[in-house]
Ligand binder design. Structure first.
Ligand SMILES: *[C@@H]1O[C@H](CO)[C@@H](O)[C@H](O)[C@H]1NC(C)=O
Ligand SMILES: *[C@@H]1O[C@H](CO)[C@@H](O)[C@H](O)[C@H]1NC(C)=O
Ligand SMILES: *[C@@H]1O[C@H](CO)[C@@H](O)[C@H](O)[C@H]1NC(C)=O
Ligand SMILES: *[C@@H]1O[C@H](CO)[C@@H](O)[C@H](O)[C@H]1NC(C)=O
Ligand SMILES: *[C@@H]1O[C@H](CO)[C@@H](O)[C@H](O)[C@H]1NC(C)=O
Ligand SMILES: *[C@@H]1O[C@H](CO)[C@@H](O)[C@H](O)[C@H]1NC(C)=O
Ligand SMILES: *[C@@H]1O[C@H](CO)[C@@H](O)[C@H](O)[C@H]1NC(C)=O
Length: 367
């Protein structure tokens, strides 16, 4: 077993059941995901950590009033009272959401499981029971493993880190694609890093805005964390991911040094800093040796369209394995992209109902 996901959303709210009405928000991008332009500057080319992590002006205007504060819960900076977020929030029939109180932290900083009925486990709370199949109606189960035999679903959390050039070069040299779970605050902070992830053919997914423990947040906060992360990825790269996962809760709670955590053969890998990326590089040959196929999760699950936008597609597992040259471009940009992008230089507006339903419907999280 390779993959184990949980939908934190299912613990706090069940979106598929919420009867989200069609609401259009100003959720837009001027970036064409099939024509990403990454300049050659030290931040995008150097292997020196300090040079890469020098601030640079983003390639587009960022109006700070339209975004939460970096690394703070995404309701910050008045986002929960903004017209944009309020319209989205009000479009949801919250009476249909499972009524689950936010979890609390213990004195040690871990999740407080005291008083929770683990046997009954009505919340499908992974941290208590490893539950991955929500009991609430109409909430989709999680993607929990790469179903192909002898296959490793390669994933990295926490990016894009400013110092990832050597790591991404390494993946490129090995023609290796991975699923990258990006933190919204990092995407806004290091836009060329996020663009490179998409351009290199990796599968982008969300990893919350501020990397808080999602089960401790209110519905409003959860919605904001997911919404503004997808908005950030769309704004910067031109695609809107349909998948996400929360941070591995114990990873933080236990104060791990973040290099490598194994449970059986499930491995959590992180792009968080130079040390974890070095570790990922060192560890890669062993994964390749022990597994017949090492693939990103979209490919492993035959999810050819992991974004709302259809201009970027991924090969199916069979296509990748048979190295079908006509479908695997190696660039991650599907041949279908030719002329079919609807976002060339123009603003594209995403239908928020579709976005939210999809986002929560396929809630995904390692653990
Ligand atoms: C989107 O923004 C424009 C101007 O910025 C505004 O006129 C319009 O009402 C907004 N639409 C929604 C749905 O918020
Ligand atoms: C917005 O968030 C703040 C901080 O979490 C909270 O105090 C406030 O009640 C929220 N406002 C609304 C309208 O929900
Ligand atoms: C991190 O923890 C792992 C596992 O306990 C250990 O092998 C490794 O040496 C630690 N790395 C650092 C830099 O502390
Ligand atoms: C990115 O990696 C650098 C180098 O290891 C580290 O100093 C920095 O804190 C990381 N950035 C984030 C946001 O974690
Ligand atoms: C980590 O940093 C060192 C020193 O800057 C660099 O040589 C190495 O390539 C980096 N490793 C990764 C994976 O980024
Ligand atoms: C992917 O598609 C192939 C070919 O149709 C099929 O054999 C395989 O079971 C699919 N894998 C998954 C995880 O759906
Ligand atoms: C390669 O993919 C194309 C398009 O999906 C398909 O028509 C063709 O049969 C495939 N070839 C092989 C050898 O799988």
């Amino acid at each position: 077993m390779v993959w184990k996901y949980q939908a934190a959303a299912a613990m706090t709210l069940g979106m598929a059941a919420l009867g989200v009405q069609g609401v259009t928000t100003n959720y837009s991008s001027t970036v064409d995901p099939t024509k990403l332009n990454i300049p050659n500057i030290p931040q995008t080319t150097s292997h020196d950590v300090a040079a890469q992590c020098q601030y640079y002006q983003p390639p587009f205007t960022l109006n700070p009033k339209e975004w939460p504060t970096s690394w703070e819960i995404a309701t910050s900076n008045g986002m929960n009272t903004s017209a944009e977020f309020t319209a989205l929030y009000n479009s949801i029939d919250w009476t249909k959401a499972p009524n689950i109180q936010p979890k609390t932290l213990s004195a040690e900083g871990g999740l407080n499981l005291q008083g929770y009925d683990v046997q009954g486990d009505k919340d499908c709370w992974w941290s208590a029971s490893q539950c991955t199949k929500p009991k609430a109606a109409d909430v989709n189960p999680d993607i929990v493993q790469c179903l192909e035999p002898n296959t490793w679903g390669l994933t990295y959390d926490d990016g894009p880190n400013c110092s990832h050039n050597a790591f991404y070069d390494f993946l490129e040299q090995n023609q290796q694609k991975a699923s990258m779970f990006y933190i919204g605050s990092n995407v806004i902070g290091w836009p060329y890093g996020a663009m490179r992830g998409l351009k290199d053919g990796h599968h982008l997914a969300g990893h919350t805005w501020s990397h808080k423990l999602m089960t401790t947040l209110t519905n409003q906060e959860v919605l904001a964390e997911l919404y503004f992360t997808s908005k950030a990825i769309k704004y910067v790269t031109g695609v809107t991911p349909l998948h996400w996962r929360p941070n591995y809760e114990d990873f933080i709670a236990m104060g791990s040094n973040g290099t490598f955590n194994t449970v059986g053969n499930i491995v959590l890998s992180h792009e968080i800093n130079n040390m974890t990326m070095d570790f990922a590089v060192q560890n890669y040959p062993a994964i390749k040796k022990n597994y017949k196929h090492v693939v990103d999760v979209a490919t492993c699950m035959n999810i050819s369209n992991p974004y709302i936008e259809k201009s970027i597609t991924y090969p199916t597992f069979d296509q990748l394995v048979s190295k079908n040259g006509s479908t695997v471009t190696g660039s991650g940009v599907s041949p279908a992209a030719s002329g079919s992008s609807s976002s060339m230089g123009a603003q594209t507006t995403v239908n928020a109902a579709l976005f939210i339903a999809a986002l929560f419907g396929v809630g995904a999280s390692l653990f």
